[in-house]
Structure formats: structure tokens, C-alpha cells
Design a protein around this ligand. Sequence first.
Ligand SMILES: [Zn+2]
Length: 523
Amino acid sequence: MCRLAILVVALITLQPGPRYDLVITGGSLVDGSGSPARRADVAVKGGKVVAIGTIAGSEGTISIDAKGLTVAPGFIDVHTHGDNLADRPLAANFVRMGVTSIIAGNCGGSAPDIGAALARIADAHASVNFATFIGHNTVRSAVMGSENRDATLPELDRMKALVWKGMADGAVGFSSGLQYIPGTYAKAPELIELARIAANAGGVYASHMRNEGTALEDAVAETLRVGEATGARVQISHLKVDSPSRWGASEKALLLMDAARSRGLVVEADQYAYTAASSNLGIRFPSWALEGGQQNIVERLNDPVTWARIKNEMRGLLAERGLEDLSFAVVASHRADPTLNGLSMKQVALKLKGSGSPDTQLEAAREMMLHGGASMVYHFMSDKDVERIMKNPHVAFASDADVLVEGQGVPHPRGYGNNARVLGDYVRTRHVIPLEEAVRKMTSLPATQFRFADRGLLREGFAADIVLFDAARVAEQGTFEKPHAYAAGIPYVIVNGVVVVSKGEHTGAKPGVVLKSVNGAGK
Ligand SMILES: [Zn+2]
């Protein structure tokens, strides 16, 4: 009896099982390096790519027929606000557009305790890999509230300690958001002191710059200065020209970056492929009017003399940018009155005040600020700048989105469609850049900048983050009016060897891990 059992066990052991966990056959491999597409099969085992070449589908426990599809490394979205991933771990808007790794904590706003945030995400398990910055606005407000002044030396020391702890806990760098409160009150020396802490720990300095239009070149120069003073690798966030009066200035911004690179600085940028931005309503107000929190804001807006001064400055800011009124601004989400969501400020003014004149638009903006502000979509860029920035080989693609909930608000459509829009609109229809270059900008370019040593390429030994898309059909489905629509033409997404999107549907799998930079390796 006992011998028989041993024999049975031996027979089962001898039974040849599939060699691999997953095999992808018959696809067109675009490996992320920028090399031309080639026909190759991919085998995955233990979460890693273990073979590339000619592999039979029968050798995989799971086999995916990729005939007619492009097989690429999973997309890395370096500029997101996916800090809410632990609460929405399926991250459907990201994975359904091929994104397998996101970096959060951008624009100066991060979790205050990076260690706790990363632990929470590891506990929750998520469908995408996650990394984060430690944010300047976060540490400044923890130490100084929203004070509009320079930091004292003890305050600076406390901020440095917070940045140090964030890096020690696993942040991939230090981010700033210099158009936001309270980051906008900090000058370059403070940024240099803090970015140096991150640089010494191998981190990137990423900046939502002080200005993205009227003083774009000054803002780029300030950002480069922080990099050169600290040795940090620099990431210019969502590079754009946001003022019609400055359209074309992207050329100068890119030349400044090229010049810094020739001096030895590692500087890259990212962009989303749209002529509209997304931000809060407060960014349209002079920064002094926002000091000290909502109570102070309400007092200023309710004081007729102060409001007249604010309104005058807002008019001036618009005129400088070559804008006549706020009709370029569309409400994404106004909690106090969701019926305004989706309306332009001209329509809001008509609805609330019975007139769409430039003056009533400003009055409507005041009213919305009194009721807690709003998140907005701003249409103020030119496609020529978007294309010029896209053609620069040092610019990655990033959505600037958070983890979205289907149907909630009217967010910028980039959160569902950025990568698909690049591949469909800019690559296939308009031939702005080749497919292999677009994939490189979504994969190995950001992986190298952030030192994710085993991601961003389809190579043996690399993590099996893989996206399969139909290059002839991949497309954004959302619009500014109806953004809640998943991208088309992306049937399979694999994260760490586990299928997260199958036949175009989320499988519910949550194989994502927390990513940290590999210090000094920089593969
Ligand atoms: Zn930003």
C-alpha cells in the first residue's frame, strides 16, 4: 500500500507540466528600448520574463495568442496623483490604458508619512505597482502652515528632517508644486536645501514649476538651478505652455533643458497629450489672496475693497496670458453645487448671475471660492507646443491623474486615455512620433530616470509588466464632456506576471508591488 502510494507520487512528479506560467505568442514585440518592432514570443515565470524568442503556447499554464497585437513593457506613469490607491486598489482607469506602474506624491503634495502610506498600499494590495515622492508642500505646511514668508533655520531643519525620513522610508524623490499654497511662498534657496537631502539619497527632484507660460523660461531656469546646485536628477512635470500670449515658448524651454544636459545635468520632463490642463480654481487667484486657509480667503472675498483688488489682479493675470475672460475654464468638480460640473465659467456665470460677461465670470469664480473652490479643466494650450514637446526624446508621457471612480465628477479625460490617445491619435493618425519611440517614452525612459532597474524593457530577467495592444485600433474613448470611458484596443495587461486585464476586462487581480529606486545602479 505504502509502496503503491510512493509510485503514484513518483508518476505525478514525472508528468511534464507546462514550463512557464504564461506564454504570449505571435505578437509584434516592441521592447521599450526604441528598437524596431520584431516578431517574438514571450515566456513568463515567477513574475519575471524568462524567455523571448520562439516559444510554443503549449509551454505555458496560460497562453495568450497575440497575433495582430503589439507586445510592449507595461507603461510607467511618472506623474500621477494616485495617492488614493489604497482606497481604490483596482486602479481601473490606469490599468485599462496599459499603465502598470504609477508614481504619486507629485506637485508638492504627498502622504505626510511615506512609510505608513507605502505600508497601507502593500497591505491593501493593488493592481498596479506604486512609488511616491515626498512633497514640498506637504512638509512645508506640516512645519509652517500656509505662512507667506521664508523659513527660519529651525523650520528649515525640521523640513529637512521630514524629507530625509520620507526618502529613508522609500520615496523616489522630492516634488515641488510652486503654483500652489504654500509651495509658492518658498524661494529657490529653500528648495535647494530640501532637494539636496533627496539627491543625497539618490532621489529625483520633480517640479510643477512656478510658472508655465508668462515666465516659463525663468521657471525652467529655477528648476535647473535646483538640480545643478544639488546634483539631483531633474524631472520637469507636465511641461507645457499655458498662455496663448506665449504659445511657441516650448522651443526655448526645451533649449534650456538641452543646454543644462550638455553641462552634465540629468534633466527630463513629462507631458500629457492634451491642449487642456487640470487644476484647482484657486490657481486663478493671486496667491496672497489664498494665504491662511479658507476662513481668511472668505474674509478677503467678502471685503468689498479687497475683492475689488483681487478681481483687478485676476483681470491682469488673464490679460498677461492673452486671455479675455474665464471661458477657457470648465468646472470638473464643485462639491457645493455639482450641477455646475461640466460647465464653462461663462455658462456658470450665466446660470448663477444671468450674464456671461467677463466681470460676472469673475464674480461667479468668487462665489465658488466662497463655497470651497473647485477642480477645473483649463483649455489654454496650443497643439504645436504639445507636438514639439512630444518630439523631444527626453520627455516621457504621464497622465497627471488620480485613481478615478467611474462616473464621479467630470475629470480631465487624460486619467482614462492619455497613453491610448498618444498611440492612437499622435502615433497612428498624425505620425508625430513613431510607435517604438512612443513606447520607449512610456517605459524605459521613465524607468531609467527613476532607477527602476528591472522594469521598462521586455528583457529576460525583467519584471513581467506587459501590455498587449492593437496598434490599428488603440484609442482614447473619453471626451472632455464624457471622460469616464476606458481606452479601446488594449485587450491584455499583465503586472508582475499576473493577468490584470484579460480580453479588455479587469480581472480583479492585485499583483502590484511598492517600487523603490535602486540606488546608484541606474541600469
Ligand atoms: Zn502639477
